[in-house]
Design a protein. Sequence first.
Length: 185
Amino acid sequence: MTVGILLAGGLSRRFGSPKAFAEIEGEFFYECAYRALAGVCNRIVVVSRPELVSRFPADYNVITDIDWIKGQGPLAGIYSGMAAIHADKYVVLPCDMPFIGPAETKKLVALADASADITAVWNATEKIPLFSIWDSHIKEQLQKELENGQLRVMKFMEKVTTEWIDTSAIHENQLVFRNFNHPDD
C-alpha cells in the first residue's frame, strides 16, 4: 500500500498566513497537493497544526504531529504521517508546491528505484527533498534521529540510500517544482 503524506503544518512565517489555504486559480494549495497524491496513493494523511485542522474538509484524514515532536518541522511531519498509517511506501508532498500535479507524482513513482530508501528530485541548482518517496523500513531510523534532536531533512537523507531524480525527467518546466515562500512568489 502507498500512502500520501501531505505536509500542511508549517508556520509560514515568510508567507504571512497558512500556505495550505493560499489560493491559486481558485483552488487552495492543499487541494492541489491532495489531488496530486490521490493519483498514486491508496490513502492520504494531511499533517497540519492543531489550529488548522478544522479548516480542512471533514472527510480528509487530518492529523497533527505526535506530541513529542510537535511543531519540529517537516521531518517530524513525515514521521507523524508514517506513524499514523502503515504502508509500504509514502509519497511526500508539501502544500506549498501547488504546480505539482497527478502527472508529476505518477512520473516520480514510475522512475523511483524500488531499492532506494528515499527517492527525491533535484535540478541544476538545488535538491528538492520534500517531493519524495519514503520506504517504510526507515521509520525506526527516522524515529531515532528525531529522538536525538536531528530535525534536518537533508541530513537524514544523507544517512540513508537516497536516489535523486533530475526534475527534467519528470517535467521540462522547472517552475513546476518551485515552492512558495512569499505571497507574491
